[in-house]
Design a protein around this ligand. Structure first.
Ligand SMILES: N[C@@H](CCC(=O)N[C@@H](CS)C(=O)NCC(=O)O)C(=O)O
Length: 194
């Protein structure tokens, strides 16, 4: 098996940490961002992470990769997923909102006409992420795959300077401590300037 990933991608980082923490035989292939056309062609989503399995169809998105790998994780391994599916779906969906908010900023998008939507889209995406982060911090045990996902998303928001993300909120301290674990720290994103 081979994982295609982008260094900064928080979704990829979650999977990379799990591969290391669960000791799984998955080769890692880093690609650049924006994604090369050859990688785009492997998935209708045009996104990473992407898990290749020889002649079998590639696995995506992140949730399905995690579930596939979890079936191979040794018993008692860190970051368990048992009982976490619902929270993990919410965490990853909030991660999509976070990424969209960042992309809106990096793409230089702003109003070009009257806002008939009734709210500021970027602001709402960031609020959604903050709200989910607070909710998860209250109820998801840090030492689970959901805690890991949240910690990695918060770290990405901090490292990329995504405006408005409340990554320093005291309620998130327990979650952010996960970033100090060696297998998590080893995947910290390199600096990125779009
Ligand atoms: N919902 C997707 C999100 C994955 C995602 O947003 N990947 C980003 C990198 S963090 C990506 O590949 N972006 C490339 C693009 O949009 O062209 C998942 O869960 O896997």
């Amino acid at each position: 098996m081979e994982l295609i990933y982008v260094d900064g991608s928080p979704f990829s980082r979650i999977v990379r940490v799990l591969i290391a923490a669960w000791g799984l035989p998955v080769a890692l292939r880093e690609v650049g961002f924006p994604l090369p056309k050859a990688v785009d062609a492997l998935t209708p989503m045009g996104q990473v992470p992407l898990l290749l399995r020889g002649d079998a169809p590639p696995i995506f998105p992140t949730l399905l990769i995690i579930e596939h790998l979890a079936a191979m994780a040794p018993k008692g391994a860190p970051f368990p997923i048992t009982g976490e599916r619902a929270r993990l779906v919410v965490a990853l969906t909030a991660g999509d909102a976070l990424a969209q908010a960042a992309y809106i900023g990096w793409a230089g998008l702003g109003p070009v006409g009257p806002n008939v939507l009734g709210f500021d889209l970027r602001d709402r995406l960031v609020r959604r992420f903050n709200s989910v982060a607070g909710w998860l911090a209250q109820q998801a045990p840090p030492d689970t795959v959901t805690g890991l996902a949240l910690a990695v998303l918060l770290d990405w928001a901090r490292s990329r300077g995504v405006e408005g993300v409340a990554a320093e909120a005291p309620a998130l301290r327990n979650i952010l401590e996960l970033l100090e674990r060696p297998e998590v720290a080893a995947t910290a994103p390199r600096p990125y300037a779009p």
